[in-house]
Design a protein around this ligand. Sequence first.
Ligand code: MLT
Length: 204
Amino acid sequence: MSDLGFIHHFEPGKSERTFLLLHGNGGNEHDLLDLGRSIDPDAALLSPRGKVLENGAPRFFRRLAEGVFDERDVVRRAEELAGFVDAACTAYEIDPKRLIAVGYSNGANIAAAMMLLGVATFHRAILLRPMVPLSKLEQQPDLSGKQALLSAGKFDPIAPVPIVEALSELMRQYGAAVVTQVRDSGHELTMADVMAAREWLGTS
Ligand code: MLT
């Protein structure tokens, strides 16, 4: 099979659930496999590698500096990734209704951008240490029926709590059902993130 436009890893599962795993800055398609398995060992895993290289480090869209995003590229890359997700759903017979995005940091940001741009086919998203990826939107998205769990780190200097709360407000404003939680952590993930994701999905 071709790479469908993105280097990626796909692992079939035993449940109907598929996680779309979106790694952080400098990561790759293998980074979040263990996280996905810890949240639901029976889920299928679809994990693309970001196509933008920053000094050789993969990510999902271009940035101008830490926390300063090239928003035209965010839009273009979100649409491109949505095209990959559609192609992968067809190729691997994934039901988009059962697809759940699990993104960390840069991966959470591209998932949030897909939702805000109205190109996300997934209805549920676990966004770990996310930021607001777009400062303005051409069109107001209809996020009714979408659900998101947002997880911030109390001491996170990259995705500070007020920024995670701003994303949460924005998504809520467009109709999404959003749960926001703050961990006793920095930008790194902790076991509490896994436990909360399991609880939110009802897999615990
Ligand atoms: C981003 O570039 O998306 C954010 O700064 C988070 C990160 O460093 O990955």
